[in-house]
Design a protein around this ligand. Structure first.
Ligand code: GRF
Length: 203
């Protein structure tokens, strides 16, 4: 089976990108092939990881655009320009405009470090600790027009200890993400996910 060409969008350290590239390198049956790593800012570690793996990179610098609509158009053009047919958000810190969802309907995936619908937004781990929840987790989902909201592909719970701080909880969250996200991407790329409204059925 020919792997599905995908673009991975990053903004920072790129540990999820590394997990995806590692799966691609070690599993000959992995359903996806990363054909582009796109960052909204220059100089981030994720871009170095991509270059080290020999994957083409592009920076679509948010600072040079500043408005969501033209920025979204530029990232969609870059994605299509590299032949990618889906977008994998991996620590990407920008909200894409509606044009991206229109161009890639149910073809944009994200990983969120909480159990949706709890703690949407960028400070999910901090908020979970402050709230005092005993359980948080990871949610892999399709992207729709609302932040951290689209149909849920996979979730895994993680216990929160009273002694946890952001660093310790983030480490356990990412250990889960680094397995759950490549699994979800593989199933998606192989056409094994059927979406009925908000429900995602693994086939
Ligand atoms: C991940 O924990 C993800 O849940 C969140 O941003 C973080 C990105 O980390 N959306 P990395 O850049 O993949 O290391």
């Amino acid at each position: 089976m020919t792997p599905l060409p995908v673009a991975v969008f990053v903004s920072g350290s790129g540990s999820n990108l590394a997990a995806i590239l590692d799966r691609q390198a070690t599993d000959p049956n992995f359903g996806a092939k990363v054909v582009l790593v796109l960052s909204d800012r220059p100089g981030v570690r994720a871009l170095q990881r991509a270059e080290a793996a020999g994957v083409p990179t592009e920076v679509v610098d948010w600072a040079a655009y500043g408005d969501r609509e033209t920025f979204t158009g530029a990232v969609c053009d870059a994605t299509k320009g590299h032949g990618a047919e889906a977008i994998i958000l991996a620590g990407f810190m920008r909200i894409l405009g509606p044009e991206a969802i229109a161009q890639f309907p149910l073809r944009i995936l994200n990983t969120h470090p909480a159990l949706s619908p709890a703690f949407a937004g960028v400070h999910a781990i901090r908020e979970a600790i402050r709230y005092g929840v005993k359980v948080t987790g990871v949610t892999v989902h399709f992207v729709d027009e609302q932040v951290d909201h689209g149909p849920i592909i996979a979730q895994q719970a993680i216990r929160v200890d009273p002694a946890d701080d952001e660093t310790s909880l983030l480490a356990r969250v990412q250990a889960v993400e680094h397995r759950l996200y490549p699994d979800a991407i593989d199933a998606f790329a192989k056409g094994r996910l059927r979406v009925e409204g908000r429900k995602v059925i693994w086939q």
